[in-house]
Design a protein around this ligand. Structure first.
Ligand SMILES: [Zn+2]
Length: 164
């Protein structure tokens, strides 16, 4: 059984793409339960990150999302290419931000790090691979175009390309 080591291929992504799991970026050892992020105040409790009141016994840590933001080390990249984006930039950004707000309400580690313009392209970076994929899918659902996903299990990195 080597299927999990195969490179990401369109059409088979559901089998290979990991389920939601806790990002271990920069975490030293196992997280104490409960812990609280000293930067964003997300709480790690019952083995998952959530927005909830700080438990009195919580240990202070920096959560993986805040570590990635501080290090400028994204897990997900969404490249937006083609002529559509420059003409509809505001609409696109609004959709991306709305989607992020909904996502991070339940998936606390899913955040947009930056939305940058780079010689006619837009590059959206995220703290979480699932968010990059979901943002690409949201663009495709709203504005059509084509979406390509390249996932590297080794690096826990997703590059999504939306073109229109
Ligand atoms: Zn945090």
């Amino acid at each position: 059984m080597k299927s999990h080591t195969r490179p990401f291929k369109a059409g088979s992504q559901e089998k290979i793409f990991p389920e939601h799991e806790n990002d271990a970026y920069k975490l030293k050892g196992k997280l104490r339960d409960p812990s609280v992020c000293s930067t964003c105040e997300a709480v790690y409790q019952d083995a998952r990150w959530q927005w909830s009141p700080r438990p009195p016994s919580a240990e202070e840590v920096v959560c993986p999302a805040c570590h990635r933001i501080a290090d400028r080390e994204p897990a997900g990249f969404l490249n937006i290419e083609g002529e559509f984006a420059p003409q509809h930039r505001e609409e696109l950004v609004q959709l991306l931000r709305q989607h992020e707000a909904r996502a991070r309400a339940t998936h606390v580690m899913q955040r947009i790090m930056a939305i940058e313009d780079d010689s006619g392209k837009m590059i959206v970076t995220t703290t979480d691979i699932h968010l990059a994929r979901d943002l690409g899918e949201a663009l495709k659902a709203a504005f059509h175009g084509s979406l390509e996903l390249k996932y590297s299990k080794e690096d826990n990195l997703l590059r999504a390309y939306w073109r229109r």
